[in-house]
Design a protein around this ligand. Structure first.
Ligand code: ADP
Ligand code: GLC
Length: 491
């Protein structure tokens, strides 16, 4: 295939900050296109036209209308504007009544998945495929389609049916979400009958839409090198480890970056005082402000621990809840921001009510508060059972907040444990623990308390973490190399 100087890359996903975000996928898909454009690609984004996305994009124009398997979609074109630090990225929105509902893109207000998710995202994939093939937007087609997570799993599969087609990359952000479709709902998707076999999309009597990406994409990536290895094992493979071993030659891990303009403690408008690596005093002001805002005792000496994340089993919330009574015997305070499963929400509310000067909990989604927590806490807890990459520990590093993480996936790839040797050589950036247990978490917090009391090693951890560069440039270069290898390779 002829290599264009500026390869046309279509990124397809179900969320992208600042249009809509429920987790790290939104951060990544929001920032990657701009980083790819900086690296020389003509990168564009396609997303469903949720009301929030329509409202957030200035100057939207309908540019095409098409009938796809009985549904009419309207394609809108806009830009993530220049006022956004990521720069001007062309964005296509796929409009259909299926996406015209407010709130969370995947679930209703009670936390139940929308019953028509498979149909909605299948329609999105058909529209994205038509766009990539040059059949929707009159003047543009893609050289590479880069699809993200199960919602776009059908896209590489649909493209595989075409003779002249763009090459495809499928990125797994989280293998635990597979887009399972019961046999009774599968007919409505009008997929080729031959996909109903285990070598294709069938998975234990259902369809797994994520398999469309894993089986049919030219390359499969995930968001850290360690998770790329982990998912080929039964422990982390969610039943797909055999398939991933089969595709090992096409599988690699590319670490996520962070948007270091949006996450910058020296310019962050959400903070009460700016600070940087050489002026850490401002961090103390943010700690006091956060303690006051959360109703905690304003106490410099307490080690203030934070957790920001989806309240689901993956994130090890149960480990924190189990550890809490013994944790509170230490000189610590805890602040948690998260939304998710009702049992965790209730247990965290109860823990905060029982010790309001030591434990604070806010539920719901609050971007500015997430920033204030990163700036105000001393250490960030990320006790995940598995973590494909994890972004909150990367934000913590940038904010002089010491991450306390379980040594899995991207957490292990990005946090250097404070062993005596790593401290002595100035490499340590955080504290790691191995076992998914309350005892291991407690032991890690004990180590944090000791380093915090000793003061100098803590400052050393903060400085080493803040010196790390996790901006998107390196990851964008790695994706560009992957795209170029595909475009240069045999067609
Ligand atoms: P995941 O994608 O598994 O949720 P990541 O660590 O990659 O985990 O990304 C989580 C992202 O979502 C981060 O930007 C984090 O700050 C944000 N986040 C999670 N929960 C909330 C919340 N309740 N309010 C604000 N931001 C949140
Ligand atoms: C997923 C993962 C998280 C990762 C994010 C962005 O939701 O759970 O670890 O950072 O995607 O890739």
């Amino acid at each position: 295939m002829a290599v264009s100087r500026h390869p046309r890359i279509l990124l397809a996903a179900s969320e992208a900050w600042p249009l809509i975000k429920t987790g790290g996928l939104g951060d990544v898909v929001g920032a990657l296109p701009a980083a790819l454009r900086n690296a020389g690609a003509d990168a564009r984004l396609v997303l469903p036209a949720y009301p929030a996305a329509m409202a957030a994009l200035a100057g939207l124009e309908p540019i095409a209308e098409s009938a796809l398997y009985g549904s009419t979609v309207t394609l809108f074109e806009g830009h993530i504007g220049a006022e956004h630090p990521a720069g001007r990225v062309p964005v296509y929105l796929v409009g259909s009544p299926a996406f015209d509902r407010p709130g969370n893109p995947y679930q209703d207000n009670a936390g139940q998945d929308w019953p028509d998710n498979a149909r909605r995202f299948a329609l999105f994939c058909r529209a994205a495929a038509a766009l990539a093939l040059g059949r929707l937007a009159p003047n543009w087609r893609a050289d590479i389609v880069h699809a993200h997570d199960w919602q776009t799993g059908l896209l590489p599969a649909l493209l595989s049916l075409e003779t002249r087609r763009p090459r495809s990359v499928f990125t797994i952000h989280n293998l635990a979400y597979q887009g399972l479709v019961p046999a009774s709902d599968a007919d409505a998707l009008s997929l080729p009958p031959e996909w109903w076999r285990y070598q294709a999309l069938e998975f234990h009597g259902q369809l797994a839409l994520i398999k469309g990406g894993i089986v049919y994409a030219d390359r499969v990536t995930t968001v850290s090198p360690r998770y790329a290895r982990e998912i080929t094992t039964p422990e982390f493979g969610c039943g797909l480890d055999g398939l991933l071993r089969h595709r090992a030659a096409a599988l690699s891990g590319i670490l996520n970056g962070i948007d270091s303009t949006v996450w910058n403690p020296s310019t962050d408008p959400a903070l009460s005082a700016p600070y940087d690596r050489n002026h850490l005093a401002g961090k103390q002001a943010n700690k006091a402000a956060l303690q006051a805002e959360m109703g905690l005792a304003v106490d410099t000496d307490a080690l203030l621990l934070g957790l920001v994340g989806r309240l689901v089993a993956q994130k090890g919330i149960d480990l924190l809840l189990d550890a809490l009574p013994r944790l509170l015997a230490m000189p610590v305070q805890v602040v948690v921001l998260g939304s998710g499963e009702a049992t965790y929400v209730q247990a965290l509310h109860a823990a905060a009510a029982a010790a309001p000067s030591r434990v604070a909990f806010r539920t719901g989604y609050d971007e500015a508060l997430a920033h204030r927590i990163q700036a105000g806490v001393d250490a960030l807890l990320v006790p995940s059972r598995f973590e494909p990459c994890g972004l909150t520990q990367l934000y913590a590093l940038r904010y002089g907040t010491v991450p306390i993480v379980r040594a899995v996936g991207g957490l292990a790839d990005t946090v250097v444990n404070a062993t005596p040797r790593a401290l002595a050589t100035g490499r340590a950036t955080g504290i790691r623990f191995q076992t998914a247990s309350a005892a291991a978490l407690l032991e890690a917090v004990e180590r944090a308390c000791a380093l915090f009391r000793a003061d100098e090693p803590w400052r050393q951890l903060q400085h080493a973490g803040m010196a790390k560069d996790h901006s998107w440039a390196a990851s964008a270069r790695a994706y560009m190399a992957l795209y170029r290898a595909l475009l240069d390779g045999p067609g």
